[in-house]
Each structure stands twice: as C-alpha cells, then as structure tokens.
Design a protein around this ligand. Sequence first.
Ligand code: ATP
Ligand code: MG
Ligand code: MG
Length: 458
Amino acid sequence: DYAPGGYLPVKVGDAFSSPNRRHPYTVIRKLGWGHFSTVWLIHNKDDDRYAALKVCSAKYGATARDEILLLEKVRKRAYKNVKTRHGHTEFAQHPGARHVVALIDYFSTRGRNRGDEHICMVLEPLGENLLSLLDRFRRRRRSESTLTGIPIEIVRIVAKQVLMGLQFLHDECNLVHTDIKPENILVCLPNVQDYIEAHIARSETWPSQRVSVPPKHVDGRKQHVDMYHSQPIPTPPLPSNLLNGGWNGSANTLSSTSSSRSRSRDGDFYGFNVQISDLGNATPADKHFTEDIQTRQYRAPEAIIRRSDWGTAVDIWSVACMIFELATGDHLFDPRSKRGSWEKDDDHMAQIIEVCGDFDIELKMGGKFSRDIFNSRGQLRNIDKIKPISLTQLLTETYNYPPREAKHFATFLEPMLRVDPSMRSTAAEMLLHEWLGPRETGDYSRLPQSYESYEWSG
Ligand code: ATP
Ligand code: MG
Ligand code: MG
C-alpha cells in the first residue's frame, strides 16, 4: 500500500512544511493508521507544540478534502456568542465541541520520487482509541475471570461524552458521523503538551530507520509490519474510584460516583475525556454520498436494508452497540453468514429482532435490500429460528450483571436501539437520561442544566 497511489512512506525525522508555518513539522514517531492514512506524532518549532499528522493515501485525495471541509465546518460551529439563562451574552465553546477532534492545520505534500499528492491534516494530539483501551481491560479481566469489559464508571463517562460530541455534530453542524465505533473514539491526554514531552523524555530513542513498510495480511487481516509498530501515547493511570465503581461497591454507587474528575496519585486532577475522531465518513444529514454506511456491527437497521432516508439516528444506534461492547467486551450484534443458507444481513436482522423484538412491516420495507431479507409478509426469508432475549436477560445471564444494574443499564440502551429511527432517542434526549448520573459533576460544572437554556445565536 506504500506503492504509488497508496500511503506516503514516512520516517522518523522527516520534515513536512506547511504554508501556514515558519518551521516544518518534524516526525517523532508513528501513532496509528487506518484504511485511508497513516498517523504520526509531530512537533513544530513555531510554538513548540506537538500534534498528530494524518497523512492520507494518495488515491483518497478527494475523501481527505471532504474530511477537511467538514472539520473546518466543525471548527466554525464550535464557538459562538451564547445568551445565558441570566440574559447576558458570552463567547463560549459548545460543551459538545470538546468531544470532537479539532483540526489545527492542513496542507498537501508530494511523494519524494513521484508526483503523488498526499493531503495532510494536523490534528489535536490524542491518546489511544477505545478498542485498545478495551483490549487491555479484556485481557486483565479475563485473567481475573470476571467481567470482560471496561469498568462501568468509565463506560458511563464515555457514553456521556460521546453523546455530547454527537449532540454538537448533529444539532449544531447538521452532520452524521456514520462510523461511530471504538476505533474512532480516542482518549484525551491531560496537560497534553507537557504530558507528551514527558512521555518522549521517558521513552527510548525511536529507531531512525524507515518505519513504514507495506502492511501484510496476518490471519486474513491487514496489518502494518513496521520497524517500529505504531503505538499510541499511553493513557495515564485511571483514578481508582473509576476503576472500582459499580457493583463492586454498594448497589447504588452506580449513579452517585459518576464523576469524571478525580484526584490521581500525584494529586493532580485527571479528568478522563474522550473525543470523537475520524470524520472521514461524515456527511451532511440531508446530503448523502452513499447508502452503504457504517461498520457492520454498529450498522443501524435502516442502513442494513439500505433505506435512502437515514439520518443522525444511525449514529445513536452505533452508540448503543459501542457502549454495550465497552461494558461487556463483546459485540452486541455480530452477524455471520452461513454458506448456502443466509447472508450477514439476514443474520444481522435476526439478531436485532431477538434483542429488540419484531417490528412493523413498514419499517422492514422501503430499502433497496428489503426484499432480499424479508418476504412480502415481512418475515425473514432465510432464517426461521429466532430466540428472543431481552437486554436485561442478556446482561444478567451472559455477563453476570446483578439484576438491578442490568435493568438500569438496559433502560439506558433501549431508547437508542429503537428500530424505528423516528422513535429512537436523539443525543440531546439521551443526555438527560438518569443512567448518566448528575448533570453537572466534575469537568462539567459549567454545563447548563439542559441544552435548551443555551441559546446559540447564529
Ligand atoms: P479508517 O480506516 O478508520 O477510516 P483513517 O485512515 O481515516 O482510518 P483515522 O481513523 O483517522 O484514520 O486514524 C487512524 C488511527 O490513527 C486511529 O485509530 C488512531 O489510533 C490514530 N489517530 C488518529 N487521529 C489521531 C490523533 N488526533 N491523535 C492520536 N492518534 C490518532
Ligand atoms: Mg478510523
Ligand atoms: Mg476514516
């Protein structure tokens, strides 16, 4: 994939100049990669700051430009004159904008020996993504042979912040992300510039060799086999009250301990924060480029049947799938095909019906794939064994949740898993759900009681 048209080969020490900077950005090491890009930790001498550089693959130039346009729109909408409840006006950042990655700069560069143009985005530097955070807990929890997800107090914070970010994207920017999943939610770093500097000082020197070689297929999955594997900047130790919260303590600590801010060992406050990243597939709610959206396990029913009138509600469905996964360590829906019997879409719909119940034929029809999945009576064409199971049952029976907590958690997930997108709760509505706990704790002491009390003037 580093062949012409693909990724730009990048190595530690490389310099990228931007028309907006006096000094070039220098590459420190690799942070991550995706289908469209490789992502690097960089430093710029102009202001002595670290950032993340997303170097897009040459063949996805158009996609990268679209992503930049959306990131700029997001940047413009983040700050506004706000009329507060007390009647005065202040210039303020939308509370949800803090939970969406910010674009700092962008430019394009050409491959050294060829004419390929690579679009580069300079982004706020962030830490690991939630899949890698989940993997660490999964491993640890397995060895303890108990629950296999992220501690519920952390899941609660993630849920709240992702919904805040989405409320901003949906209601202020009129954008649908379309790819909400653990890989695209990144952990924020505390005192980020000092933190990164300290991290670099602590680390061994990075190899100076070329650090990118083409990805290889390992177990059928594409992996970058690099001189130096991409590594996120490590998440600082999580405050113990977040790790021990939930049903390890008394039964009703669940909503009372949901503070996203707590004192860490060295006495500093470390507010655990996350941001929604990767706007590469985001689209205006009313102007679609495709009906083929979302990553399989997080795909909303209206997108599975390929309806053309999907909107912001598809992201909410993904949030529920993701939050369930973070809490349990398992996908909520993980459809498989069975050769000669059914396709993934059939199994996906069957799994949805099992958990969410059967639904109206009007909701089943109207999509390009409806007729492949359902017959004219609205029954699944290729699958007839359906084993209904409620979310509460699933949580207690499979994941050992105490019944009370299971029920409470299920009441939070249920409004986001309504098959009818017009009945599915919006991000703004979900933010009022009591499972998220008191609304103005910790970091959010400045948050208004409800979003309605903030009037965003154009
Ligand atoms: P995809 O195939 O998911 O569309 P992509 O090429 O659009 O991938 P991203 O998802 O934006 O790329 O980024 C790829 C990875 O790089 C992320 O999963 C993350 O690990 C890392 N990364 C992205 N942005 C940042 C950032 N701002 N700070 C730190 N690491 C980042
Ligand atoms: Mg991604
Ligand atoms: Mg992307």
